[in-house]
Design a protein around this ligand. Structure first.
Ligand SMILES: [Cu+2]
Length: 328
């Protein structure tokens, strides 16, 4: 919505040349008007064919009604300038109109309008992309740190929140700028806090899991995870060194895991016959502990299987890294 202050006047054909000084004054006035609050542009037009009376139209456009009212009551405005030249006007032809315009100013006259468009074309996509990357990274850190149920509940809450906020903005087209900013700041803040908490939680977990791998295994001497007879799966990018394993059925079996690659890996055994969608979570049956084993880290997977054959895979590389475990 834009507000247009319009002056209409007719200049008698005989005075067409005298009209030049009026037009010059209006041009000079443009600089004055452009310093006023809410100024969106000014246009002076006159009829193209000089024979007969000349119709003069002066439009000034304003961002809001208050700005237009301020202008139309100002000591100097387009009306007062044209009025000073009554002598060259057709008597009774001077009119003023205050209009609301629905076209948001398509004339492209004001240079800042040009800038607004460029900014929209450049900064918005780049900003959206950066924001999306931050969201994806932050959310993945948070979800990975949560147990399966917690992650599901949180994902539902986040999705509902996004829907509600989107619905609010969609049904309120004239939402003030501070509300947009508040939502953006709150969203980024929540991500930053959640991501940091998740990263810290992850670090704590790492320490907890690192401990058992250096401890001597109970009962035996100072056996290391690579002792003969121990069940070990070594992971590289992107390969399991062992793709067929046999374990004792109906007994708790701990398989030592080592990530000798550079990428993140895990071991997910389809103990229930199928894999979860996505990455298994710490505490899930058949999921390695930790569920994400980073480069150089170790972990375990604890199984207690009924007799049968079970598929296992790396959830991060489910096509390249697969194997089977037979329990007997
Ligand atoms: Cu992998």
């Amino acid at each position: 919505m834009e507000y247009v202050h319009t002056i209409l006047a007719q200049i008698a054909a005989s005075n067409a040349t005298a009209a030049e000084s009026l037009l010059n004054e209006l041009e000079a006035h443009r600089a004055v008007a452009s310093t006023m609050r809410g100024y969106n542009g000014m246009r002076v037009s006159r009829t193209a064919h000089p024979e007969g009376n000349v119709l003069l139209v002066v439009e000034t456009r304003w961002a809001n009604n208050n700005a237009m009212v301020d202008y139309s009551t100002a000591r100097e405005n387009a009306f007062s300038i044209v009025e000073k030249h009554q002598d060259i006007l057709v008597p009774g032809s001077l009119q003023t109109h205050r209009l609301e315009s629905n076209s948001g100013g398509e004339s492209g006259e004001a240079p800042n309008r040009m800038y607004d468009r460029l900014a929209l074309a450049l900064f918005v996509p780049v900003g959206v992309l950066a924001f999306a990357l931050v969201v994806i990274y932050g959310m993945s850190r948070i979800y990975l740190a949560l147990p399966t149920t917690g992650a599901s509940i949180m994902a539902i809450c986040v999705a509902l929140g996004i829907l509600l906020i989107s619905a609010y903005f969609a049904t309120n087209p004239s939402v003030p700028r501070w509300q947009w900013l508040a939502v953006a700041v709150a969203g980024i803040g929540a991500l930053a806090v959640g991501g940091t908490v998740a990263a810290v939680y992850d670090e704590d977990n790492k320490e907890v899991h690192a401990a058992p791998t250096v401890e001597p295994s109970p009962g035996g001497g100072a056996e290391t995870p690579t002792a003969p007879g121990a069940l070990v799966i070594d992971m590289t990018d992107n390969k399991f060194d062992v793709t067929e394993l046999t374990v004792t059925a109906a007994t708790e079996v701990v398989i030592q895991l080592k990530n000798s690659g550079a990428a993140i890996h895990n071991v997910d055994v389809a103990v229930g016959g199928s894999f979860p969608s996505g990455i298994c979570k710490k505490g899930d049956a058949g999921c390695s502990d930790p569920a994400n084993i980073r480069a150089g880290q170790s972990g375990t997977v604890t199984l207690n299987l009924a007799p049968g054959t079970y598929d296992y895979r790396c959830d991060f590389h489910p096509v390249e890294m697969t194997g089977t475990i037979t329990a007997q």
